[in-house]
Design a protein around this ligand. Structure first.
Ligand code: NDP
Length: 247
């Protein structure tokens, strides 16, 4: 018998945006599979979810390990008898100007931020189609929409997510499976924590709502996009950036 609750698999759930997404989806009644490399922080997120009355499980996986990631998704579907929601959120930066960027920096970012989403979607597609329901959200970035100096690798990966998501939306729309992108602007997390103060101030001056984003701002967009109510929303890029880019 399949589990009653919808199953959500969230990568990069150990901290930052992914953690906020996991907490929100659990609060909304999903069983959340928390995936990232570090088991300790994932267990803390699991405890937090359970203390609030939700349910979650930990899946220690490196999303750049293609076989391990595909296996983690397939095992989740098998264990729960269903696989409803996939949030590809795990991501890294390896910033450098084009002239200085190494192929290792290029490959690491493409593998972690783009290829992982392909691998996870491919493994999730069959159980989602079998259940006649699926919600895929790929977390991109405004860098992938407008570019960012020093981020040719990161912007390529994030822009790649957009084309890939729209292709998948076309392939799976008739099977009850939607696929969308949520593109955050600057969000207060470890990833942006070491930016110099003057850079942060100049970014903040471009944000129309007058503050940096919080992980919960992104989680709210993911909660709607993965809800049962969002069945007519697919192939979209939802930019959550406080009006910084308006694209
Ligand atoms: P953080 O650096 O705070 O967290 C990154 C998460 O990804 C961690 O949970 C980390 O877990 C996980 N992760 C990284 N590499 C791997 C890997 N190889 N395998 C498994 N998990 C991995 O980042 P944010 O929360 O800020 O970012 C989350 C997503 O949002 C990313 O895709 C990022 O590109 C995107 N984004 C962020 C913005 C921001 O301003 N913060 C803006 C636009 C987009 P662990 O180390 O435990 O493996």
């Amino acid at each position: 018998m399949p589990d009653e609750k919808r199953i959500a698999f969230v990568t990069g759930a150990s901290r930052g945006i992914g953690r906020a997404i996991a907490l929100r989806l659990a609060a909304d009644g999903r069983h959340v599979v928390l995936a990232s490399r570090s088991e300790g922080p994932l267990s803390e997120v699991k405890s937090q979810i359970e203390s609030a009355g939700g349910s979650a499980s930990v899946c220690a996986v490196d999303v750049s390990d293609r076989d391990a990631l595909a296996d983690a998704v397939s095992t989740t579907a098998k264990d729960h008898g269903r696989f409803d929601i996939l949030v590809n959120n795990a991501g890294i930066t390896r910033d450098n100007l084009l002239m200085r960027m190494s192929l290792d920096e290029w490959d690491a970012v493409i593998s972690t931020n783009l290829t992982s989403a392909f691998v996870a979607m491919k493994a999730a597609a069959r159980p989602m189609m079998k259940g006649k329901f699926g919600r895929i959200v790929n977390i991109a970035s405004t860098s992938g929409l407008v570019g960012n100096a020093g981020q040719a690798n990161y912007a390529a990966a994030k822009s790649g997510l957009v084309g890939m998501t729209r292709s998948v939306a076309r392939e799976l729309g008739g099977k009850g499976v939607t696929a969308n992108v949520v593109a955050p602007g600057f969000i207060n997390t470890d990833m942006t924590g070491d930016l110099p103060e003057d850079v942060m101030n100049s970014i903040q001056s471009m944000v129309q709502v007058g503050r940096l984003g919080e992980p919960e701002d992104i989680a709210a967009a993911v909660a709607y996009t993965t809800s049962d109510d969002a069945g007519f929303l697919t192939g979209q890029v939802i930019t959550v950036d406080g009006g910084m880019t308006m694209c």
